[in-house]
Design a protein around this ligand. Structure first.
Ligand SMILES: Cc1cc2nc3c(=O)[nH]c(=O)nc-3n(C[C@H](O)[C@H](O)[C@H](O)COP(=O)(O)OP(=O)(O)OC[C@H]3O[C@@H](n4cnc5c(N)ncnc54)[C@H](O)[C@@H]3O)c2cc1C
Length: 389
């Protein structure tokens, strides 16, 4: 078993590490200042400028296939890059990406939706959750009724990331109520100017999602993504596209947070000694370090399974669950080590505290991951002996 990165892998990782240190971390004080006055962390223009800088060095479309101008990096490599990006709370992402299911578009749809999205000229959002159906996504009620060569969509979606800015959505609607999620849900590509409306939903984090309203929106049949009735399969594919990436990003945040915690422990003196000398503080640091290491291997193992084209669902659910739970425990400990200062907006700890909370909710809550993991074990699809046999 060889855990060493190849020369190429460490070079790619190191380039991103340096990029984060030189280009992204210097923006952090300004991001905190903006947060205090209720402004977004970075503007679209600033993000585009950073993405262009990265593109000049070849970092564009990290997971986009090379035939579309991307880097087509492996899942392991992408996870390693996400860890580096996660070390800063500045919401940066590389350009040149498109939702995985858009690659199922036909040639004409690719020209209208996929290619402009990769180029950053169009912005999509993925809309399945409804006020009455989140974890239970099979229970969606938004309907699409055929009317000649059009479909008429009615219903409401909620918590849609990017829904305030998107100019088109990939929306999931019931086209056959009898079949439901088993062949009766279809995905439609719907431009904003076809008539859907969005309303921002304020949250405790940076990422304000949107509620989307479809009031008899007419969509041409040519805008069906994939096949009629195959939408639920696409939705699951979207959600499963990279469950290992969310905890990878959190892992980077945890590394940075614990480094901050160690620094604070060494410099903060109480009762005549640095708090680093106290066992209570040392145990917080030690437990966090062990959990970070465990998370690293869960994430990389899940990513490795993706690269091997193995069924990675169990490993991905484990990484997502563990990452969400442990990242929240770690940020809480680091906040505790900082005492009152940890609770203020002078430091980024409270920002991370709010942001990391989301990881336990979206793209499958903790409870839904546990349900998946337990079901796989009980039904015999997985064993507790892992992949080593
Ligand atoms: C910031 C943000 C961004 C999001 N982005 C998107 C997006 O881009 N697109 C999109 O479609 N959705 C998005 N979502 C929706 C997200 O995926 C759902 O919120 C999530 O799946 C949970 O669904 P819910 O909120 O309806 O909670 P519910 O499903 O109502 O769950 C409530 C509680 O009950 C628990 N629970 C539910 N069922 C069970 C069960 N069987 N056993 C045990 N416990 C259970 C849950 O774990 C949870 O604790 C986003 C959400 C947020 C907050």
């Amino acid at each position: 078993m060889d855990f060493t990165l190849s020369t190429e892998e460490s070079e790619v990782r190191d380039w991103v590490r340096t990029f984060v240190r030189r280009e992204i971390m210097p923006l952090e004080p300004e991001v905190l200042r903006r947060e205090r006055v209720g402004q977004p962390a970075i503007t679209h223009a600033e993000l585009a400028e950073l993405q262009a800088k990265a593109r000049d060095a070849g970092f564009w479309g990290v997971q986009t296939p090379e035939e579309y101008g991307g880097m087509g990096l492996s899942a392991v490599m992408t996870a390693l890059l996400e860890v580096e990006l996660g070390r800063s709370f500045v919401p940066f992402r590389f350009g040149g990406a498109a939702d995985n299911i858009l690659f199922h578009a036909n040639e004409e749809q690719k020209q209208r939706y996929l290619l402009p999205t990769i180029e950053g000229k169009r912005h999509s959002c993925f809309a399945i959750t409804e006020p009455g159906a989140g974890s239970d996504a099979r229970n969606i009620r938004t309907s699409a009724v055929q009317d000649g060569d059009h479909w008429v969509i009615s219903g409401e979606k909620t918590f849609i990331t990017g829904g305030n800015e998107a100019d088109f959505t990939m929306v999931f609607a019931v086209t056959d109520r009898e079949k439901g999620a088993d062949g009766g849900v279809t995905c439609f590509l719907v431009d904003r100017d076809m008539g859907w409306k969005s309303e921002p939903i304020p949250t405790m984090g940076e990422w304000g999602p949107a509620a989307l309203v479809f009031d008899q929106v007419r969509v041409p049949s040519e805008n069906i993504l994939g096949e009629v009735g195959q939408g639920f399969v696409l939705a699951m594919q979207w959600i499963g596209r990279g469950r290992y990436l969310l905890p990878a990003r959190a892992l980077g945040a945890c590394e940075r947070l614990v480094e901050m915690g160690i620094e604070q422990a060494k410099t903060r003196v109480t009762f005549g000694e640095p708090i680093a000398n106290r066992q209570a503080i040392q145990w917080m640091i030690a437990d966090s370090a062990v959990e970070i290491e465990a998370l690293r291997w869960l994430v990389l193992h899940a990513a490795w399974q993706v690269d091997q084209r193995m069924d990675s669902r169990q490993a991905q659910s484990m990484a997502k669950l563990y990452g969400g739970v442990k990242a929240n425990e770690i940020v809480d400990r680091v906040l505790q080590i900082h005492g009152g200062m940890g609770y203020t907006r002078e430091l980024p700890v409270e920002r991370w505290y709010r942001e990391l909370r989301l990881l336990r909710i979206y793209e499958g809550t903790d409870e839904i991951q546990r349900r998946t993991i337990a079901r796989n074990l009980i039904k015999g699809h997985a064993t507790v002996r892992g992949t080593l046999g």
